[in-house]
Design a protein around this ligand. Sequence first.
Ligand code: HEC
Ligand code: HEC
Ligand code: HEC
Ligand code: HEC
Ligand code: HEC
Ligand code: HEC
Ligand code: HEC
Length: 268
Amino acid sequence: MNKGLRYLAKPWFLSSALIVWSAFFAACMNSQSGQTQVAAPAISGATFVGAKECIACHEEKSNSFAHASHARLSVIAPDGKEISSCESCHGPASLHVKAGDGKHIINPGKSPESCFKCHVEKRGEFSLPNAHQVLNGKMSCGDCHDVHEGNAIKGSGAATLEAENETCTKCHTQQQGPYVFPHQAMREGCVSCHNPHGSVNKKMLAQRDANLCNKCHVEHPQGLSGGGPGYINVGGEDHRTRLQNGNCWTAGCHEAVHGSNASKALRY
Ligand code: HEC
Ligand code: HEC
Ligand code: HEC
Ligand code: HEC
Ligand code: HEC
Ligand code: HEC
Ligand code: HEC
């Protein structure tokens, strides 16, 4: 949520800021009581039937959903009734249940709109210049999140960062390794360097310059430890002149940021 604050200054954000924040804060504040003030998605001609109706045909999803973080949430239907669980994302299901086929139901795997009702700041993140292509439907929130089970970050059942990385490496096989010289940073997850929803920086990097690396690597901040003014101690060596040639990974030094098969110092 804090990530969203960054977008406050953007004009496109300001235009919808009020609606946005009231909706999202309502969603958050009330998550403890299991209620939100967000309007339910609509399907013309359909009414809400309740989650019990789904079990008969979707047993597996219904069972796992009982322990999902989103099972605690609810939305408000046009008649003021509180709608919990399945239909808060899939919309009113009366027509779907009656037909008993794959139609007349919202599939957020095809469009993120029902997620944006509560996670409205995510629309902004995916609008940034470097982002996964969710807004145009080429990818979906469901590629990385399974909202039907536990915590919605996919593969995080065991809550390990390695499992979270698998979410990414099933598509980005190149970054999976194994490498002869792995970079320990990968243990802290792809998200220690990338913003997975989107970023102003190329390659969805969290920072565009040496700060990306220095948050873990600078042992003594500038000027400390007797190195003199501007001293930059990385791995016990002064990096002042090196960093004048470019970034850590563009100056011809550590291009193999994900891991290397050639060098311990992460070179190709
Ligand atoms: C009488 C059986 C039946 C009931 C009851 C039922 N469904 Fe379905 N549903 C189906 C069938 C059949 C499909 C198509 C095959 C599949 O995806 O499993 C489907 C597909 C879906 C899809 C995927 C649609 C798509 O675009 O691919 C969603 C989402 C869905 N159902 C949600 C629900 C929800 C939520 C409920 C409860 C409110 C529900 N269903 C109740 C039979 C049912
Ligand atoms: C937080 C939003 C959310 C809630 C709540 C939710 N779903 Fe889904 N559902 C999704 C998304 C996203 C997809 C598409 C991606 C996927 O398959 O995970 C989906 C897909 C489905 C599908 C199609 C599966 C397929 O393999 O194509 C069915 C069926 C379904 N949901 C049933 C349910 C049932 C039943 C419940 C309640 C017990 C429920 N969902 C609750 C978001 C939700
Ligand atoms: C009715 C409002 C609502 C809808 C609709 C909704 N979410 Fe959420 N979601 C929340 C709230 C509130 C939280 C914070 C939960 C908490 O604090 O425990 C959350 C948390 C999350 C998280 C963080 C991990 C977790 O499980 O807590 C992810 C990921 C997420 N949602 C994805 C989605 C996706 C993807 C969709 C659409 C398929 C979706 N949400 C639809 C309200 C919603
Ligand atoms: C490319 C993979 C990917 C896609 C696609 C994706 N997410 Fe995420 N999302 C993540 C990862 C990874 C995290 C965990 C971030 C972390 O640990 O810092 C996350 C975290 C979240 C969170 C909780 C933390 C936060 O940033 O607020 C929410 C809510 C969320 N995602 C919602 C969504 C919604 C809604 C969509 C679709 C519109 C979506 N995500 C699509 C990978 C993805
Ligand atoms: C469903 C497949 C899929 C998943 C899962 C996925 N990505 Fe991607 N990713 C893509 C596609 C497709 C592109 C766009 C490539 C392009 O536009 O050339 C992309 C682009 C990227 C880029 C930018 C590459 C570039 O050349 O600009 C980064 C970085 C990235 N993804 C990281 C991640 C991370 C981190 C995760 C996990 C949180 C993740 N991806 C999950 C498919 C995926
Ligand atoms: C230590 C920081 C760091 C970590 C951790 C990290 N990346 Fe990267 N990644 C980078 C940098 C820096 C670049 C840009 C490299 C460049 O421009 O040459 C990059 C580029 C990429 C690209 C674009 C590929 C290309 O050749 O340009 C993809 C895809 C990617 N990363 C995916 C991932 C995935 C998936 C993970 C987790 C398994 C991950 N990254 C973890 C720093 C990191
Ligand atoms: C999340 C923390 C983290 C981030 C971010 C990070 N690293 Fe690392 N890196 C480590 C850890 C931990 C090690 C292994 C211990 C060590 O050698 O300091 C390591 C090792 C290295 C090594 C090998 C040092 C040696 O001689 O064995 C190089 C080179 C390196 N990192 C470069 C980078 C570059 C370049 C970036 C930015 C693109 C970066 N790191 C970002 C945590 C990180």
